[in-house]
Design a protein around this ligand. Structure first.
Ligand code: 5AD
Ligand code: SF4
Length: 432
């Protein structure tokens, strides 16, 4: 085994990708690689890419351009492009940018071990891997308090705007025992919070065990104090899940439930398989069962054929539901998706105007909701320190809190909120 090699890895996109990076670093760590923070110090450079919107792909391409000179200086340097853009572009990317050595899609990251030892003659690894969910890879985790755990890979939903079914393939659930085993080990290592990961966690199934029963089993793992999950699809959110969330102490009072749009016409064109009324009903279920639950969401503006009156329905939805926070995006046509080919594409100026309006409205709502927390006691899991050296953590509702005292990461404390901002809270330790 060669020792002492250095890897630089840059990650784009979602938590799924961030966790894949932890797994890539796990594999490479076992091979003697250490992570470095600058490309020029590396023997191996990896870009773990995202393809969800045009902007994400552009960012990756410009990062790639910035390291071209390093390859010229050091022909031994290896460059790997992994992730969703790698999967989508495959061979084409290699033809376009010949200084890339290997292309590895998300289904094939386990091969990296052999690839770096030059065990293959081909350079593109984007084939489907039906066994992905059965592979347990070493993980080098960034955090010591909270950990991500994959439960389901891929997606079968085919929302018409979304590239994910083409980049991460068909839905495959991980075996129950592997998940439980991984979480038990995390608990032994001192992890306090786990976030279950999947494009649509609600579709999880292994034999008789569905997502709510998986959560019930995780509730019993000693040492773990908090359980979160992302992402849920509104069409699959069941009353059974709501009841389990209500009854399991460890499941945090937060759900990320992407609505995407408020107009039924647009939801239909998006193939979301729910109406605004269906969505609203689930919000009522959640809020009835779990008072104080935080609900966050994703919004797309400027989807093809979105008229002013459709957009107004999104605005109406934001006002009616009052999310705790949202991520909002301009529709970005992705090659291979149905929405990219729809008539009635919206000009960028209108998309930008709508995005600004959505964000401005949500800022007001978020600020107003956070203000209501001033003077209230919140349970905070301490995660570490911020740049200024203040202790920081998160509430069960996933809001960031800055605490005025020095507390060890991993501790759970009650905090009285003294000040609220749009994106964070401040508070002091509360003693009865
Ligand atoms: N354009 C804009 N936003 C998109 N999303 C997914 N695909 C696109 C696209 N083509 C958004 C959705 C999704 C989030 C992860 O990204 O809102 O929930
Ligand atoms: Fe994550 Fe989707 Fe981006 Fe892939 S395309 S990294 S799954 S957000």
């Amino acid at each position: 085994m060669m020792k002492g090699r250095a890897v630089y890895i840059k990650t784009f996109g979602c938590q799924m990708n961030e966790h894949d990076t932890e797994r890539i670093l796990g594999i490479l760590g076992a091979k003697g690689f250490t992570e470095v923070d600058e490309p020029k110090k590396a023997d191996l450079i990896i870009f773990n890419t995202c393809a969800i919107r045009h902007k994400a792909e552009q960012k990756f391409l410009s990062s790639l351009g910035r390291i071209k000179h390093l390859k010229k200086k050091n022909p031994e340097l290896k460059i790997i492009v992994a992730g969703c853009s790698a999967q989508l572009q495959g061979e084409n990317l290699l033809n376009k940018i010949p200084y890339i050595d290997y292309i590895i899609g998300p289904d094939n990251i386990h091969l990296i071990e052999n690839i770096i030892e030059n065990q293959f003659s081909n350079r593109v690894f984007i084939h489907e891997n039906p066994d992905l969910a059965k592979i347990n890879l070493p993980v080098k985790r960034k955090d010591r308090v909270k950990a991500w755990v994959n439960i389901i890979y891929g997606c079968n939903n085919y929302c018409t705007y979304c590239v994910v079914p083409y980049t991460r393939g068909k839905e495959r659930s991980r075996p129950l025992n592997d998940i439980i085993q991984e979480i038990k080990i995390l608990a032994e290592q001192g992890y306090k919070e786990i976030t279950l990961l999947g494009q649509n966690v609600n579709s999880y199934r292994d034999g008789d065990v569905n997502f709510p029963s998986l959560l019930e089993k995780i509730e019993n793992i000693e040492g773990i104090e908090r359980v979160r999950f992302i992402t849920s699809h509104p069409k699959d959110l069941s009353m059974e899940l709501v009841n389990v969330m209500k009854n399991c102490r460890k499941i945090c009072e937060h759900i990320h439930l992407p609505i995407q749009a408020g107009s039924n016409k647009i939801l239909k064109l998006m193939n979301r398989k729910y109406t605004y009324e269906d969505y609203l009903e689930k919000i009522y279920w959640l809020r009835d069962a779990i008072p104080n639950i935080a609900i966050t969401s994703d919004i797309i503006v400027g989807f093809p054929q979105e008229e002013d009156e459709d957009f107004e329905k999104t605005i109406y939805a934001l006002k009616e539901i009052e999310f705790d926070g949202i991520f909002a995006f301009k529709f970005s046509p992705r090659v291979g998706t149905l929405a990219a080919k729809l008539d009635g594409q919206i000009p960028d100026e209108i998309k930008s105007k709508r995005l600004t309006e959505v964000l401005r409205l949500q800022d007001e709502i978020t600020e107003r909701k956070n203000k209501k927390l001033e003077g209230k006691i919140q349970e905070v899991l301490v995660e570490g320190k911020d740049e200024e050296g203040f202790t920081t953590g998160r509430t069960r509702t996933n809001k960031i809190v800055k605490i005025y005292s020095d507390i060890k990461p991993g501790e759970i404390v009650n905090v009285k909120i003294t000040k609220s901002y749009r994106h964070s809270l401040e508070g002091e330790i509360f003693k009865e």
